[in-house]
Design a protein around this ligand. Structure first.
Ligand code: NAD
Ligand code: MG
Length: 388
């Protein structure tokens, strides 16, 4: 083990964000020691990564795959574990830095465990923060954990906030590409297929967030994420469509000075910022070439075609269990759309109907959030089953 190496764990190592993180580690492998790598079901890829990076432990989320992972790692000294509890245990390992890149509320328990241990957590897994909100922020504050936003917009805001104080902020502008259907009519959107929805014009991402970008529910989830990460108040957070995805977000201060963070649309750039934080690392990402971009343009969201962000704004202003219900329903509806169980426009309709049908009391613990998440999934599933 190198003396100055950073010990890291990557939750969701086989995904889009996980792979981008490991690409950065490959640039200087001696600078890192990999404690744990996790995946949900891709045994071969997880085993190959664990071997390549000499991971201390490999954890597969699906507990039925324990034997398969064990045999794929036979002859190595890599610890093998499986199941949800093993994911949480892996979050207890002593590390300097954790990448939280599981998709969905499934990542909540390991993120909470990392934060409770006072760790530095690079948060890509927005759904965990959307669902648990103030409870997650309070856990981080209590333990002294550091939460580094990885979502490109939130990483941009985090960087822009180095230029002033949070109480001096007049407005935060979250930029949105508008997704693949920005210029489609409602009529056209109705017929969009999963293959069309996951073909994002600027970013190459996992299937769930790609569909969220197409509905723009992603921007709504990001509004909720920003509300918790940057305590300026909901009315000071705006969304602006910027199709080129060059300006990743902006912070306007009370003197009317606006700071923005720019870069090529490549997730390795915000991940590198979180990985090296508070320093800067050298990457092999493509530098921004504004002359070849030519023009940057901006427009308002069309709330009629993209109701997701306003549903999210209402949910976070109501608070309590609403964001957790919204997130759970969206996860179910997106999975239903990807499986051909409902149409594209049904996704946000299912979310709204779930919010109408289910109204539990105020969550006070993470267990409450997990129970609400589970119940909201059944309600949404029931609504989904009645489509088609
Ligand atoms: P992905 O689908 O490519 O990867 C998800 C990872 O999580 C995989 O390693 C998978 O094995 C694991 N996983 C999935 N379900 C799991 C479960 N039930 N239990 C344990 N592990 C599970 O997703 P992604 O695009 O890398 O996104 C990951 C997170 O980062 C999401 O929350 C997403 O919103 C956020 N994010 C992604 C991007 C991007 O460019 N991909 C950008 C910003 C934010
Ligand atoms: Mg984003």
């Amino acid at each position: 083990m190198a003396g100055n190496s950073k010990t890291i764990s990557i939750f969701g190592a086989t995904g889009s964000v996980g792979s981008s993180t490991l690409d950065l580690v490959r640039l200087d492998p001696d600078a890192y020691r990999v404690a744990a790598l996790t995946a949900h079901s891709n045994v071969e890829e997880l085993a190959a990564l664990a071997r390549e990076f000499h991971a201390g432990r490999a954890v597969i989320g699906d507990e039925n795959l324990y034997e398969a992972l064990k045999s794929a790692l036979a002859g190595t000294d890599i610890d093998v574990a499986a199941g949800d509890e093993a994911l949480v245990e892996a979050a207890s390992m002593p590390v300097d830095w954790t990448m939280a890149a599981i998709v969905g509320c499934a990542g909540l328990a390991p993120v909470m465990r990392s934060l409770e241990q006072g760790r530095t957590v690079a948060l890509a897994n927005k759904e965990s923060l959307v669902s648990s909100g103030a409870l997650m922020m309070a856990a981080a504050q209590k333990s002294g954990a550091t939460l580094l936003p990885v979502d490109s917009e939130h990483n941009a805001i985090f960087q822009c906030l180095q230029g002033g104080k949070i109480e001096e902020v007049r407005r935060i502008t979250l930029t949105a590409s508008g997704g693949p259907f920005r210029e489609k009519s409602l009529q056209e959107m109705r017929a969009m297929t999963p293959a069309q929805a996951v073909a994002h014009p600027n970013w190459d991402m996992g299937a769930k967030i790609s569909v969220d970008s197409a509905t723009m529910m992603n921007k709504g989830l990001e509004l909720i994420e920003a509300y918790h990460l940057f305590p300026v108040g909901l009315d000071k957070i705006e969304i602006l469509v910027h199709p080129q995805s060059v300006i990743h977000s902006m912070v306007e201060y009370r003197d009317c000075s606006t700071l923005a963070q720019l870069g090529s649309p490549d997730m390795r750039i915000p991940i590198a910022s979180a990985l090296a934080w508070p320093a800067r690392m050298t990457t092999n990402c493509t530098p921004l070439d504004l002359a070849s971009v030519g023009k940057l343009s901006f427009e308002e969201i069309d709330n009629k075609r993209f109701p997701g962000p306003s549903i999210c704004r209402v949910a976070i202003s109501q608070g309590g269990a609403r964001p957790a219900i919204l997130n759970a329903a969206n996860e179910v509806a997106v999975a239903g759309f990807l499986n051909g169980q409902c149409g594209f426009l049904d996704i946000t309709a299912i979310v709204s109907q779930t919010l109408e049908r289910y109204d539990p009391g105020q969550p006070v613990t993470i267990q409450d959030i997990l129970a609400i998440d589970s119940e909201a999934r059944s309600v949404a599933q029931d609504i989904l089953n009645n489509y088609r």
